[in-house]
Design a protein around this ligand. Sequence first.
Ligand SMILES: *[C@@H]1O[C@H](CO)[C@@H](O)[C@H](O)[C@H]1NC(C)=O
Ligand SMILES: *[C@@H]1O[C@H](CO)[C@@H](O)[C@H](O)[C@H]1NC(C)=O
Length: 157
Amino acid sequence: MSFTFKYCSLIFLIINPLILTSGDDIFPKVEKQSTEIFLDRFTVYIADGNVPNLNVHCHSFDDDLGDKPLLPNQYFHFTFRQDFMYSTFFSCNFSSIAPDKQITKSVVFNVFDFDISIICRYPSKNCYWLAKDEGFYFSVDNKPFPNGWTMNHTWQW
Ligand SMILES: *[C@@H]1O[C@H](CO)[C@@H](O)[C@H](O)[C@H]1NC(C)=O
Ligand SMILES: *[C@@H]1O[C@H](CO)[C@@H](O)[C@H](O)[C@H]1NC(C)=O
């Protein structure tokens, strides 16, 4: 019994790498399972704290959220799951466009990445960004400004 068990285990160990290297053929369902190995669900909120004609354009590795024009005090949010490699990021281009269509100021930075996920994991997996004329504030709990908000980016120009 014990011998058979060891013998089987040995065979399993020997053939296991073969199974793995040709896994796609032997386990065609492997791809479906990958949706289950995505990790926690996060939500990023982006609010216009009085920047005139703010336009926000965010993208990740495989999603382009398009132009989001915001009026002062408007916000938008998006929800996603962090992938199991912790490589999920969202980068946003913030620009303030004057009525004559000239861009008056602009900046690009990550509103979500691995480092930020560690910060806004608690209390609620929500990450809040507030765009203001002097720069961009971040909060994990969206208390009334300025409680708990820190300025983490300034406009580039
Ligand atoms: C950000 O968006 C503005 C307006 O669409 C564009 O002119 C600018 O080139 C963009 N910046 C980057 C770094 O893509
Ligand atoms: C923003 O800056 C504060 C203070 O320096 C820091 O504690 C926090 O981790 C930063 N947040 C992000 C998202 O970079």
